[in-house]
Design a protein around this ligand. Structure first.
Ligand code: C2O
Ligand code: CU
Length: 480
């Protein structure tokens, strides 16, 4: 009961909704004028990974965490062959891309999971430039280290910069104090479902560390469900960080991705302000800030002009009183101590209300044709996270029609914040038009987002806290 492999395509085909394997999906893909094919191969496997003096026996896409970035130009096709050398079935979800539905990687919805020992070829057009990433959509596998950036270049890039870095944030547990699956099981009182029961059961489990209940400064409500021993920036612990080298005066574009399972990060570059230029891959009017808050799944691109010296790129685990960091080195000097908290973290933090969309991606304003209420429900006590009062069920969909402007109303009736993510589309925050695919919904508040229904299929809407989604805070939107 409960493993992703139990849901086959047949069981989850629902009368009256677009079939992800059907002609409406292939027709939509053909209309994107698929360009040159760029080939990649990935092997998901158990490996020993060096996190900077901490060796983790875990699952990854390569010898490092994050896995190597995949890179294509807008309009080109990603062709990625994934070999599954994990002991469990897996899939890849291409987070944020408006791609063909049958390549979306949602087990039991868009594809059958890839069995252990098997391979699968994902091939799809990347229709929009931007900073994306990918991870499995099976259980809590993402939280073991199965994640990597996917960068889609704009052939007509209007931004000017000298250099580009990608910085990926993560909260780290696996191989240190127990597996994510064990943790989910514990949180759910042993009743959870998903990718359970296949972890390294000889790992020492340290469950007493969970349920911290600390209060977050910016987000309110509970800080998180899990206390992690390490916070990683580009796969390294703070004591032995990733070092990003450049000349002083370099204008660098930094693509920041929060790949964590259960942690929002507040980030700052010591001694610098950042000019934010993209949210979840889509351009905004450039806006300067000292610090940025990223929920799980969110991305921001910033431009920074580098001073001379050694600077911490620091990620504060929001509400958890712990830091991750990388170092930026443009000159001589000693780095600050691993636990140094730069002043910038406590100055201006960018808010959604500070953002203005770039005119090239702004929605033409208009009343929605349909409003879909997505009420976030449940709580920590029973660990019964859900949407509209029920746990995820692949046979329950909210119907929409192609061509509609759809409003999702995320109504958060819980005491915790949730980063809500829509597959296959980039929505617009209803009050500003800022384009995103993942947005934080604060405790006790409502966030409205609009999207144009232009990508037929069956698409997930879920919390990007991997423990919340796996315990049930997921639902489906289906095109009729
Ligand atoms: Cu990155 Cu369905 O998620
Ligand atoms: Cu959540």
């Amino acid at each position: 009961d409960g493993t992703p492999g139990d849901h086959t395509m047949d069981e989850s085909t629902v009368e009256g909704f677009v079939d992800p394997q059907g002609s409406r999906v292939t027709d939509a893909e053909a209309a994107r004028n698929p360009g040159a094919v760029r080939e990649f191969s990935l092997t998901a496997a158990p490996r020993d990974i060096d996190l900077g003096g901490v060796i983790a026996r875990t699952w990854s896409y390569g010898d490092t965490i994050p896995g190597a970035a995949l890179r294509v130009a807008r309009g080109e096709q990603v062709k990625a062959v994934i070999t599954n050398n994990l002991p469990n079935p897996t899939t890849i979800h291409w987070h944020g891309l408006a791609l063909r539905c049958d390549m979306d990687g949602t087990p039991g919805v868009s594809q059958k999971p890839i069995e252990s020992g098997a391979d699968f070829t994902y091939q799809f057009t990347a229709p929009h430039a931007g900073t994306y990433w990918f991870h499995p959509h099976v259980g809590t596998q993402q939280d073991r280290g199965l994640y990597a950036p996917l960068i889609v270049d704009d052939p007509d890039e209007p931004l000017e910069y000298d250099e580009e870095w990608t910085v990926v944030l993560d909260d780290w547990m696996d191989g240190v104090t127990g597996t994510p699956d064990d943790v989910l099981k514990e949180l759910s009182g042993g009743m959870g479902h998903g990718d359970m029961g296949h972890g390294d059961m000889d790992e020492p489990m340290a469950m007493g560390h969970m349920l911290m209940g600390a209060t977050s400064d910016l987000l309110g409500g509970d800080a998180g469900d899990v206390a992690y021993p390490h916070f990683l920036v580009n796969g390294r612990v703070p004591a032995d960080p990733d070092v990003l080298n450049a000349e002083p005066g370099t204008r660098v574009r930094i693509r920041i991705i929060n790949a964590a399972g259960d942690t929002a990060f507040r980030v700052a570059l010591a001694g610098h302000t950042m000019t934010v230029v993209h949210t979840d891959g889509f351009p905004i009017e450039p806006v300067e800030t000292d610090a940025l808050l990223l929920g799980m799944g969110e991305r921001y691109d910033v431009i920074v002009e580098l001073d001379d010296g050694v600077f911490g790129f620091v990620a504060l685990a929001e509400g958890k009183n712990a830091l991750g960091r990388a170092l930026v080195r443009t000159g001589s000097g000693e780095p600050a101590k691993p636990d140094a908290r730069p002043d910038e973290l406590d100055r201006r933090v960018l808010a959604y209300s500070d953002l203005v969309p770039d005119p090239s991606v702004a929605f033409t304003p208009g009343e929605p044709d349909r409003v879909v209420d997505v009420e976030l429900t449940g709580g920590m006590a029973e660990y019964d996270w859900g949407i509209n009062g029920r746990r995820y069920d692949p046979n329950v969909l909210s119907g929409i029609e192609e061509g509609e402007r759809v409003r999702l109303r995320f109504i958060n009736n819980t005491t915790m914040w949730h980063p809500m993510h829509l597959h296959g589309h980039t929505f617009a925050l209803a009050d500003s038009g800022v384009r995103k695919d993942t947005a934080i919904v604060l405790p006790g508040s409502t966030l409205e987002v609009d999207f144009d229904a232009d990508n037929p299929g069956r698409w997930m809407v879920h919390c990007h806290n991997v423990y919340h989604s796996e315990s049930g805070m997921m639902t489906l939107i289906g095109y009729r």
